[in-house]
Design a protein around this ligand. Structure first.
Ligand SMILES: Cc1ncc(COP(=O)(O)O)c(C=O)c1O
Length: 466
């Protein structure tokens, strides 16, 4: 039976790849229409094999295509064959990563991925530790829990008794505020520090705010530096933030979910200078490194913090081997899927140099896109060098309107964002399978679309930006 299902899988996967090649964007189904178009309701009786196969195919072919060269909508995209293969094997093996007894060599694989990533950050390999969390938000969560437990060892037993404060930039990911709520610190205790015109935290504002809070008798404990802010792709100044954290004895975390993977590139690792000074560092391999979702690494400069915050005795679970090989002692979940294998498979197959090439390609494409925009007077550029988020507007068309129409008419998947009140289209060059040709094609599709839809976009004939 499983062999038949696997053959079905191969057939479906090949159909998907063919469909992606000739139709890179699917026509969206409205949220209300989805249950009318597709037979999604569950019932007491099963359906025939033929109906089942047809339904799987219909669902698959109507799902948005995130691996194609017309998908620029989120901070992931494309598909790496070896990483996909690794993930498919992880599904077949269906191990759980809590114990060596159950996961065997997969524990060695996760430990290899963690220790070599720690080395690239600049951590001492024999002191550092890490794990794989279910996404960047949860990596940030784990960092915050470790910081809370370091500053107040009893908080995990007695709860939080004093007003604890979190510091992050005004342009950070929303998970910082959400996690403050989740760990019991509270959203109101998050200080959003202003940023400069490039979206980087203003460190003098950080120090000023910490001093005010200390003078008011509060307990600052956690500072978040973002390596690649979600909209602009800006990098906070880690070294300068670290000096302030050392002075005030605060935990410094680097949220590198989006762009922390620059540690793999000789040319771009300077963007996270000082990373080794941070107490924890996270990166999403499912973003810049192109593994399937999710694969988020959280590393701690000192492994003991992971044990302190996340270990829990369980006689029914830990029955063989040492703590160091029973990874449940340092992870968030109990049962945990094997997210290491896909990343290891990719890394093993192309080497660290291969991963470096993926990062460099994304910056090269970003430079190319920025140059194109700068040379064309119909465009306005809002973002800066050293970022793979290219923020722009075309002919002053409201970006929300343009992005939504491009999606509804199945031309391009691209999103919009805003910075300091200015709204713009955000093109993300994170799919390293792309070349300059696909970036040119992006602009061609956008320009042709605007020319053909002037009425709907309400652009007067012959209008240019000026
Ligand atoms: C800077 C930053 N941090 C954290 C996250 C959250 O990562 P995830 O979506 O894997 O939870 C994102 C997601 O885009 C991000 O951009």
């Amino acid at each position: 039976m499983i062999k038949e299902d696997l053959n079905t899988f191969i057939k479906l996967a090949n159909k998907l790849v063919d469909a992606e090649n000739h139709t890179p964007v699917v026509e969206p189904i409205s949220p209300k229409g989805v249950t009318q178009k597709l037979n999604l309701e569950l019932s007491s009786e099963g359906i025939s094999e033929e109906e089942f196969y047809q339904l799987l195919e219909d669902v698959m072919l109507n799902t948005p295509r995130t691996a194609t060269n017309r998908f620029f909508n989120q901070l992931f995209g494309g598909r790496k064959g070896k990483a996909t293969l690794g993930d498919l094997l992880a599904v077949m093996l269906n191990t759980s990563m809590y114990t060596y007894k159950v996961a065997g060599p997969m524990v060695g694989i996760e430990k290899a991925v963690i220790s070599q990533t720690a080395e690239l950050i600049g951590y001492e390999a024999n002191q550092a530790g890490g794990t794989i969390a279910p996404g960047g938000s949860m990596s940030n969560y784990m960092a915050m829990v470790m910081a809370r437990d370091k500053v107040d060892k009893d908080s995990k037993n007695h709860g939080i008794g004093v007003k604890m404060l979190v510091y992050t930039s005004a342009d950070c990911h929303y998970s910082i505020a959400k996690n403050s709520a989740l760990i019991g610190v509270g959203r109101n205790q998050v200080r959003f520090i202003p940023t400069d015109q490039h979206g980087r935290m203003l460190v003098e504002e950080l120090e000023k705010q910490i001093n005010i809070d200390v003078n008011n008798g509060h307990l600052p404990f956690f500072v978040n530096a973002t390596a690649g802010t979600t909209v602009l792709g800006a990098f906070d100044p880690i070294e300068e933030m670290s000096s302030i954290c050392k002075k005030h004895n605060l935990w410094l975390h680097v949220d590198g979910a989006y762009c922390g993977s620059v540690i793999f590139s000789e040319a771009y690792k300077h963007l996270v200078n000082g990373a080794h000074l941070a107490d924890s560092f996270s990166l999403n391999a499912h973003k810049m490194l192109g593994t399937p979702l999710t694969c988020s690494l959280i590393l701690s400069k000192e492994k003991s913090h992971l044990y302190d915050s996340f270990s829990n005795e369980a006689e029914y679970l830990y029955q063989t081997d040492e703590d160091d090989f029973n990874l449940g002692k340092t992870s968030l979940q109990c049962g945990r899927r094997n997210d290491a294998l896909k990343f290891w498979a990719l890394w093993k197959s192309i080497g660290t140099r291969g991963l470096e090439a993926l990062i460099d390609q994304q910056f090269l494409l970003a430079d190319f896109a920025r140059d194109y925009i700068k040379k064309n007077q119909d465009y306005t550029l809002y973002s800066f060098n050293d970022s793979i988020s290219i923020c722009f507007n075309y002919k002053e068309i409201p970006p929300q309107k343009l992005c939504t129409l491009l999606y509804e008419k199945a031309e391009l998947m691209v999103g919009f964002g805003q910075f300091k009140g200015q709204e713009f289209i955000r093109l993300v060059t994170i799919n390293s399978n792309n070349t300059e040709k696909e970036i040119l094609e992006f602009f061609r599709v956008l320009e042709d679309f605007v020319a053909a839809n002037r009425g709907e976009l309400q652009i007067p004939a012959g209008a240019t930006k000026a």
